[in-house]
Ligand binder design. Structure first.
Ligand code: SAM
Length: 256
């Protein structure tokens, strides 16, 4: 064991992911703030800014959970000129959140209602990233934020992303990545292997869920490795940029 590191067998991943997110759904947003010192808000803001969403864009927010990304997209769409007129007259494209976990979706729906978003602006759909409930070549932008790490077979999710995107459509992913600085990596390990499970225990009463989180970050492909998986799935002009020395990276690629 390394800083209390315990391993979860791969075949247990799907059920583990299920129980992790059901248990933490109600505390999910608070936990993100605590664990990342609020930084996840900045990463998500920067991520959505680069999507440049418009009212007519068809966007799928895969593993969208409680709606953090979808709501930011709706806010951006609302800033568009004549948005309200479009909404009333011929409608706008709703952001479609797809998630495998009903409890996360439920929290998302409640948050959307509280924020005053209508169903024509954001929709919550139950579904699996590896078998998306969307027709081929219908989506302008595929978005996945801190979700790919939890998918059992990321390669299968990439093939699905490629299938649902229209030619010219763009793939966008935000995910934890490989820290590019040894000192920061050391501090990050200390923090993530000891402090995060402890916060998980105290706040969400679920140490294992947050142990799993830390472990899944460790196991996820590096920036270069993931970019290769994207290329293998058919994406072109694949690129990534890093936030905070690679704690998080944003990937993009086109289906051409
Ligand atoms: N995108 C949101 C955000 O950035 O705050 C939520 C991210 S949360 C860390 C990961 C989400 O992935 C959970 O809501 C979980 O239910 C979902 N998930 C895990 N495996 C999935 C799959 N195979 N298909 C769809 N969603 C999945």
């Amino acid at each position: 064991t390394h800083f209390g590191y315990r391993s979860v067998p791969k075949n247990a991943k799907t059920s583990m992911v299920g129980s992790v997110f059901s248990d933490v759904a109600s505390k999910y947003d608070l936990m993100n703030d605590l664990m990342s010192f609020g930084l996840h808000r900045l990463w998500k803001d920067l991520f959505v800014m680069s999507l440049a969403p418009t009212a007519d864009m068809r966007i799928l927010d895969v593993a969208g959970g409680t709606g953090d990304i979808a709501f930011r997209i709706v806010e951006k769409k609302r800033k568009e000129e004549h948005y309200n007129k479009k909404l009333l007259e011929h409608g706008v494209e709703p952001v479609v959140v797809v998630d495998i976990n009903e409890d996360m979706l439920q929290v998302g729906k409640e948050r959307a209602k509280l924020r005053g978003y209508s169903e024509s602006e954001v929709m919550f759909v139950h579904g699996n990233a590896e078998k998306l409930p969307a027709a081929s070549e219908t989506v302008d932008a595929y978005v996945i934020s801190f979700g790919m790490r939890n998918v059992t077979e990321p390669e299968a999710a990439l093939v699905e992303a490629f299938r649902v995107l229209r030619p010219g459509g763009k793939f966008h992913m935000l995910e934890f990545a490989k820290v590019q600085n040894d000192v920061l990596q050391y501090l990050y390990d200390m923090y993530s292997f000891s402090v995060i499970p402890l916060i998980g225990q105290i706040v969400a009463n679920n140490r294992d869920a947050y142990q799993y989180l830390v472990e899944s970050i460790r196991k996820f492909p590096s920036q270069e490795e993931f970019a290769k998986l994207m290329i293998r799935a058919g994406f072109q002009q694949v690129s990534y940029r890093q936030f905070h020395q690679g704690i998080v990276a944003q990937y993009s690629g086109f289906k051409l």
